[in-house]
Every structure is written in C-alpha cells, then in structure tokens.
Design a protein around this ligand. Structure first.
Ligand SMILES: *Cc1c(COP(=O)(O)O)cnc(C)c1O
Length: 485
C-alpha cells in the first residue's frame, strides 16, 4: 500500500477553484435580508482552494488508503464484518424504493410498507418474538429502546423500585451505557471459570429491584450460555425481564431463537448479521422484538396490515413514543430484507454453520501459538490472549499494528475486559479457507517474530502511510478540521 502518491498535505493555492458555474440567471438576493442577518458569515470559511484535479486526486488517494470488506479480510470481533452482497445495493437503489418520500400518502407507497411489514414478519420468526419495531437506528439505540419499554412495563405495574439492570462482566460496553442513559443503575454479574455467567453470583445480585438482565448469547467470548433456561427462571422468578443483545445472532440463525430461550426483548444489528454495510459510521439499523406483554409499549408508529392495505398505525396509547424520525433507516432495512429473502431459512442456517465452523477452525489452528483462555468449542468468534508474547515484551497492540503490514485489518483487541491481552477474532462465513489459512499463517509468523526479532513487531507498522500514532495526543488533542495555513 505504502505511498503511491507524493505526501504533500497542503494543496491549497490562493485563487484556484475546482468548479466553473454558469452566470447567474436569476435575481441576486440580499442574504442579510433573507436570513435576518443572524446566519450570514462575515469572513470566508478558510477552505482549501484547489483545482478539480487536485480535489479528485485527494479523495481518490484517501479512498485507496481505506480498508473495507471489499478490499481485504476484516476479522473485527463482535462486528460481523461480512461481505455485503451487491444485489442488495441494486435493490436499495430501485426507483420505487429510493425515490419515495417518508411524508407521502401511505396509499402511494404500499410496496415500501409491504416490505417493512414483511421484514417485521421475517425478523419475528427469526427471533421467536411476537412483534417488531424497525425504528431504532443501531444496536445501542435498540438497547435503549428495549430498556425504555421495560421501564414503561414496570411503571405500568406500579413496580417503581425496579431501578437496576444486571450486565455480565464480559458485556459489550453499549449495554451498561444504554442502561444508564435509560435511567437505570447497572449491576455487574461475574463470569465463572468457563467464561459463562456465574449462576451463584446471578442469584446473589437478582432481587426485587431488578428491572432486567441484559445478555448476549453466545456471549462476548463467543461461548454459548448453556444455562440460559435456569438464568431466565432466576430473573423471571424475581419479576425481572430478560434483554437479549442480538449482535451475535450470526452464530445461531435458524438454529436457536432468543424468544425460545426465554428472552422478553431482543435487538438485532441488521448492519452486522444481515449484511448492511457498516464500519464507516454509516447508517445502521437495530430493530427490536418483544414478547406479548411488552407490545403496547413499542415505539409508534408500526406498519400493520388491515384487510388488503398496509397502514401506519399511530393509535398506540401506551407507546414509549417515536424513537427515530420517519420510519427508521429504511435503506438498510431494504438491504436486510433482500438478504433474508435471498437466503431463506436453510440459507441462514448455512450462514451460522459456516460462521461457527470458520471460527473453530481458526481457533484450533492458532491454539499452539497463543494462549486460549477458554479451551472449548466456540460459536462465531473466539478470544485468544497474547499473555505469552507479553512476557517477551510485545503487547497485543503491537501484534495488531504488525498485522497492518500484511494488509489485514486487526481483530478487536483488549475486549472483552475480562481477558488479559486479548484478541477477539470473528472470521464470518463469507471467507474462504484460503483466506482463513493466510491470516492464521500471518499471525503464526508474527508469533515467531516475537520470539526472534521482537523489535520489528514493537515498531510496526512499517508499510502504511502513517506509522505509530501518538495515541494520547490523538485522543486528547485531535485535529479534526482542515486549518488553512
Ligand atoms: C456492535 C454491538 C453492539 C452495538 O451495536 P451498534 O450498532 O454498534 O450500536 C452491542 N452489543 C454487541 C455485542 C455488539 O457487538
């Protein structure tokens, strides 16, 4: 990758412009008059002045530095960076889906409403829940939406002392964050020596103040919580609700359903499991499914079907209200719908089987070279530890940086928090055995470098445009805007 263009950062030259516009052929307006003076700039904004060619080269160069699923292997644990089928993009760009307006009369957009209704139905069946909302914009937003419904449910029952949400120590950071934003206090439950929720500790922390337990299954270590039925009994027995973080659904589709495991609320990450492109901060979609007794609290409106017409149902008096403008991130929902309809039930089952097989294959190949904290079959992802390498003076961060030299996006590192020096690897089902082998060979090669030539790892990356960043400076004093010289 290195530098295939000269590293001139500043291209600006006074007076250079990238556009040529026709002469104004409408009357000029006085901006002060139109905007009442308040919003009119008094100084030019200090933008770079560049030619059209400079502009194109700048963005083309940036795009070439970008790493994405379309350019290379991206085993970022917990993120399900699978291939985004291009047919989904074509479907999302169909005129009748891309060029409609959310405020159009529902009678004129029956096809779009049908798609939303059918997606709700598909997700209802996939999760084993009773009703779905497509509104939340991402996983964390779905978590918050689900918890607000649980809150409304307890309040409706006059159960106002339920102020605590229990989360495992391996939980994704968004879980405690969403619980806090939804007005709950979070209580941590420990993992046992097998990496699963410690049932004794769960019994200890559950009581009449428990609003809910938030859990992802398989959990963040990639392990299936075998005692989920007992856990559901403990929490339900004390009057609490069970929240399922569905970001790991890729491991269990058409195999096991959160609804059947006893969960009351689940969110899905359509931008992970269901192939919505993600990773650049682009739009996500985090639909939430609920069981019967929580249906009244779902965000409104919901798309429903009356006789032969799809309608937008606003008449939901107990709803927690709207959580997103318009109808959610419709374009991502279209892609997920196209994916589900392409795959079918058997296809989704094959996805999960492939994802689990790939993860177990890599885990066993890497096991001799790295520490494996939980030596048991994993689901769609697994966690290895660089403890052995740390004893030789090389941190997991160094190993991740070294992977960049070989053109890989590193796995997630230092998460989950309960495993020292960890790397969390999620290959997904869309990668070939050759790709998995090449990545394993590279990690094994780096493990040997750590023993023979640790400096090369400690000082990596060597081949990228920018080498080691000063991470403290980058976090404390980020320069995020162009500043004219
Ligand atoms: C990605 C993820 C989330 C958050 O989802 P976003 O769409 O990024 O908000 C929550 N929990 C788990 C386990 C995840 O992997």
């Amino acid at each position: 990758m290195a530098t295939d263009f000269p590293l001139i950062f500043e291209h600006s030259k006074e007076g250079r412009i990238a556009h040529s516009l026709p002469d104004l052929d409408v009357p000029e307006v006085d901006l002060d008059e139109v905007l009442g003076g308040t919003f009119v700039r008094t100084e030019a904004p200090g933008l770079p002045e560049v030619s059209e060619l400079d502009l194109i080269r700048h963005y083309t160069a940036l795009s070439k530095r970008n790493h994405g699923v379309d350019s290379g292997f991206y085993p970022l644990g917990s993120c399900t960076m699978k291939y985004n089928p291009k047919v989904n993009e074509q479907v999302a760009r169909l005129d009748g889906l891309a060029h409609i307006h959310p405020l159009q009369n529902p009678k004129t957009v029956q096809g779009a409403l049908q798609l939303m209704y059918e997606l709700q139905e598909e997700l209802r069946i996939i999760t084993g829940m009773d009703e779905i909302t497509l509104q939340p914009a991402a996983g964390a937003h779905g978590e918050w939406t689900g918890l607000m419904m649980i809150r409304a449910y307890h309040e409706k029952n006059g159960d106002t002392k339920r102020t605590k949400v229990i989360v495992p120590d391996s939980a994704h950071g968004t879980n405690p964050a969403s619980a806090t934003v939804a007005g709950f206090e979070t209580i941590t439950v420990k993992s046992d020596e097998n990496g699963l929720v410690d049932l004794e500790d769960l019994r200890r922390v559950v009581n009449e103040e428990t609003a809910a337990l938030m859990l992802t299954n398989p959990n963040t270590l990639g392990l299936f919580e075998k005692h989920i039925v007992e856990m559901a009994e403990i929490v339900h027995g004390a009057g609490g609700k069970l929240y399922y973080d569905g970001a790991n659904l890729n491991a269990i589709m058409s195999k096991a359903r959160p609804g059947d495991m006893g969960f009351d609320v689940v969110h899905l990450n359509l931008h992970k499991t269901f192939t919505g492109p993600h990773g650049g901060g682009g739009p996500g979609s985090g639909p939430v499914g609920v069981k019967e007794d929580l249906i009244p609290f779902l965000p409104k409106p919901i798309v429903t079907k009356r006789e032969n017409e799809y309608i937008i149902d606003e008449d939901r008096p107990q709803s927690i209200g709207r959580v997103k403008p318009f109808w959610g991130n419709f374009g991502i929902n279209v892609r997920a719908y196209a994916y589900i309809r392409t795959m079918g039930e058997a296809g989704l089952r094959a996805v999960s089987e492939g994802a689990v097989l790939n993860a177990n294959y890599m885990m066993r190949r890497l096991q001799p070279y790295f520490d494996l904290p939980y030596d048991t079959h994993c689901k769609h992802e697994f966690v290895i530890s660089g403890k052995r390498q740390k004893k030789l003076g090389v941190r997991t961060l160094d190993i991740a940086k070294r992977l960049l030299d070989f053109g890989y996006h590193p796995p997630t590192i230092y998460f989950p928090l309960n495993v020292e020096e960890c790397m969390m690897i999620e290959p997904t089902e869309t990668e070939s055995k050759e790709t998995l082998d090449a990545f394993c060979d590279t990690l094994i090669h780096i493990a040997k470098e750590v023993e023979e030539n640790p400096e090369i790892v400690q000082e990596a990356p060597h081949t990228t445009v920018i080498s080691r960043l000063d991470e403290t400076q980058a976090a404390r004093k980020p320069v995020l805007r162009y500043q004219k010289a």
